[in-house]
Design a protein around this ligand. Structure first.
Ligand code: SAM
Length: 339
C-alpha cells in the first residue's frame, strides 16, 4: 500500500513499517571469492540476457522514487565489476538529483573512480574489509589484493567521501584482528561494523564454530578501548549498534542479524540484478519484475502494483529465524542478493 506522509508518497507494509530504501544489485559477478558470500558448490552466474539493462534499472528506480524511496544503495556482486557502472551512476544522479545514492563495494577496483564519485555527490561508500592483515584478507577473499583496497580507502577519505567498513565476524579467522580495526579508527573518522556471519544459501562454510556472535565481539572489543553506546535515532547507524570509542575519531559497531534481529525497523526493499524483488533478506519469496518490465503490454503501473502488493506481504524476519532450526536462513546465496 502506498500513502502520503505530508506531501511525500510513502510505501507502508502490513506491519506499519515505511519503506524508503532500495538496495539494487547491479550484478551477481564478483572478482573476489569471499568464503562467507557463496556456496562451496560451483554455481552459475546469471546469464547476461537475464541481467537487467541499465535502462531497466533506471526505470525501476523511477518507479521506486515515485513510491517514496529516498535512498538507494548499489551493490552486487561487485558493482564496479560491471561494465559501464560509473556511467550508470552518472545517469542515476542526473535523473534523481535528490536521492541519496550509496554504494557497497569490495574496493579492489574502485580507486580510479573516486574523483567521479566525489563529483557525483555519492553520499557514502561501504567498503567490505574483513582484515588489515594480508594473509587473513587473502584467506577470506581468495585474492591477494588488500593493498588495492587500502589505496581505495585512502582515496575515498582524501576526497571527503564518508566511508563505513563492513567486516564479517568470523571466529577463528579474523577474531585476532580487532586491534588493527581499533588502531584504524583512532586515526580515521570511519565507522567499522562487525556483521554476524549469516548462513545464506546451502552448502556454505557457516558453522557454530566460525560464528562469532556480536556480544562476544563487543566483549573482545572492550580490551581495545572504552565503548559508549551511540544513542538510537542516529540515521547513519542503520541496523548497526554503534559505539563511540574513547580517544578515537571513528566509531565501532556490530550488526546482529542473527542474535538480535532489527526487523521492526526494517525500511528496505531489495532488487536483484536479474530483476526479482525481495522484500526481506531471509524470505525466499521473490517477485518477478523483469518479466513485467519486458512485457510489451505492461507498463510502470503494473510494476508499481506488484511492488505495493509484495510489500504488503512483507514478512517478519524474526519469524523466519525462529522457524529456521539449524539450517540456512535463506536458500539464495548472498552474492545473488547483494547483502
Ligand atoms: N561486493 C560488494 C562488497 O564486497 O561489499 C557488495 C556485495 S556483498 C554481498 C555486500 C555485503 O554483504 C558485504 O558487506 C559483505 O561483507 C556482506 N556479506 C556477504 N555474505 C555475508 C554473510 N554470509 N553474512 C554476513 N554478511 C555477509
Amino acid at each position: 500500500m502506498s500513502d502520503t506522509v505530508g506531501a511525500v508518497p510513502c510505501l507502508h507494509d502490513a506491519h506499519g513499517r515505511q519503506v524508503r530504501y532500495l538496495r539494487l544489485s547491479v550484478t551477481d559477478r564478483c572478482n573476489l571469492r569471499c568464503l562467507y558470500c557463496r556456496s562451496n558448490a560451483r554455481t552459475q552466474s546469471i546469464p547476461h540476457a537475464n541481467v537487467l539493462r541499465y535502462e531497466e534499472m533506471l526505470r525501476l528506480v523511477g518507479i521506486a522514487v515515485r513510491l517514496g524511496v529516498r535512498k538507494i544503495r548499489l551493490t552486487g556482486g561487485e558493482p564496479f565489476a560491471r561494465k559501464g557502472f560509473i556511467d550508470f551512476l552518472e545517469r542515476l544522479r542526473s535523473g534523481f538529483p535528490s536521492v541519496d545514492i550509496r554504494i557497497t563495494s569490495n574496493g579492489t577496483i574502485l580507486e580510479e573512480y573516486v574523483p567521479r564519485l566525489r563529483y557525483l555527490g555519492i553520499g557514502a561508500v561501504n567498503l567490505s574489509l574483513d582484515s588489515f592483515r594480508p594473509e587473513t584478507f587473502a584467506r577470506i577473499t581468495g585474492r591477494e589484493v588488500l593493498s588495492d583496497v587500502l589505496r581505495a580507502l585512502d582515496a575515498l577519505l582524501a576526497a571527503g567521501i564518508r566511508v563505513k567498513i563492513n567486516a564479517v565476524a568470523l571466529r577463528g579467522i579474523n577474531d585476532g584482528d580487532l586491534g588493527d580495526f581499533f588502531h584504524f579508527i583512532r586515526e580515521h573518522p570511519v565507522d567499522v561494523r562487525f556483521i554476524e556471519f549469516m548462513p545464506m544459501g546451502s552448502d556454505t562454510c557457516w558453522s557454530e564454530d566460525n560464528f562469532w556472535a556480536a556480544d562476544d565481539v563487543l566483549a573482545a572489543a572492550g580490551a581495545y578501548g572504552q565503548l559508549e553506546a551511540v544513542a538510537r535515532g542516529d540515521d547513519e547507524a542503520g541496523p548497526a549498534r554503534m559505539f563511540h570509542v574513547s580517544g578515537a575519531r571513528g566509531r565501532f559497531g556490530v550488526i546482529t542479524p542473527l542474535t538480535n534481529h532489527f526487523c521492526a525497523s526494517c525500511n528496505r526493499l531489495r532488487i536483484t540484478s536479474d530483476g526479482w524483488l525481495r522484500t526481506c533478506l531471509f524470505a525466499d519469496r521473490e517477485y518477478y519484475l523483469r518479466g513485467i518490465l519486458r512485457h510489451p503490454d505492461l507498463g510502470d503501473a503494473n510494476v508499481r502494483n506488484v511492488i505495493e502488493a509484495a510489500n504488503l506481504k512483507q514478512p517478519l524476519c524474526v519469524e523466519i529465524l525462529r522457524a529456521r532450526g539449524s539450517g540456512a536462513v535463506a536458500h539464495k546465496q548472498m552474492l545473488g542478493i547483494g547483502g
